[in-house]
Write a protein of this length. Structure first.
Ligand code: MLT
Length: 250
């Protein structure tokens, strides 16, 4: 079962979380008005049950599209942070007619280099044997800047700790085998906003600059004093950027 928050009225936005996180990373975005917020926990994350099949970025995109189908929503803005961004590219690949806009947050379009791919597979083996602790501990310091308040760090740890072992293993394999989305970008005719934290070390500003340059008409917003989870660390500036983007769509 996919856990979904469905709240608000207006332009539908599907908010797709990153790894190893859950839909609650977008809890500060639910105040954006004029939006129907659809926020799933991907299979095996947050309160969703672990996947019963092998996952890929396309499978995660299908989960999001099925949620739209069930609610008879024809088109939505797809917003994804990091792994969620990889899922957004897959949604464009498999069902471009459902994507009314893209918000690409602290993400990148490229596939993993062979070494990173091997790292993911090794990490999946560790998670299978020992649980998700090593992934949480290695990723937590990169999610926020060192200046972030302790309560926020505690909250991020709590969200990460809700990831199941099976969900984490599947997502690691899915990220390792994801395809390169670079060839998609110059042909995109979808309004796009790219947002990145100035101190993101997982998907640095240069990745976002490259994506924004490659996507016709894309707008880039760099948020100061934010790392990988820019929507949690600088929610006001983040929401203002999204509100400006939504206005340009209407
Ligand atoms: C994420 O935040 O989703 C991950 O850092 C993505 C990745 O490891 O490539």
């Amino acid at each position: 079962m996919t856990n979904l928050t469905d709240t608000g009225a207006g332009t539908p936005i599907v908010w797709i979380h990153g790894f190893p996180l859950a839909g609650s990373v977008f809890e500060n975005q639910l105040t954006i008005r004029g939006v129907r917020h659809l926020v799933p926990d991907l299979p095996g994350f947050g309160s969703s049950t672990p996947p019963s099949r092998s996952m890929s970025m396309e499978e995660y995109a299908r989960v999001a599209i099925e949620l739209l189908d069930e609610r008879r929503i024809e088109r939505a803005v797809f917003a994804g942070v990091s792994m969620g961004g990889y899922v957004c590219f897959s949604a464009v690949r498999i069902a471009p007619e459902r994507v009314a806009g893209l918000i690409l947050i602290d993400t990148r379009e490229t596939a993993d280099a062979p070494e990173a791919r091997k790292g993911r597979i090794d990490s999946a083996e560790v998670v299978k044997r020992e649980g998700t602790g090593s992934v949480v501990e290695s990723m937590l310091p990169k999610m926020l800047t060192p200046k972030a308040p302790d309560e926020l760090r505690v909250r991020v740890r709590e969200i990460m700790s809700s990831a199941s072992r099976a969900g984490t293993v599947e997502a690691l394999h899915a990220m390792a085998k994801r395809s390169d989305s670079s060839p998609l970008l110059p042909a995109l005719r979808i309004p796009t906003l790219v947002i990145v934290g100035s101190e993101d070390t997982i998907t640095p500003v240069a990745d976002s600059q490259r994506m924004a340059q490659a996507i016709p008409g894309a707008k880039l917003v760099v948020l100061e004093n934010a790392a990988h989870l820019s929507m949690m660390e600088q929610p006001e500036a983040f929401n203002a950027a999204v509100e400006g983007f939504l206005k340009s769509l209407r």
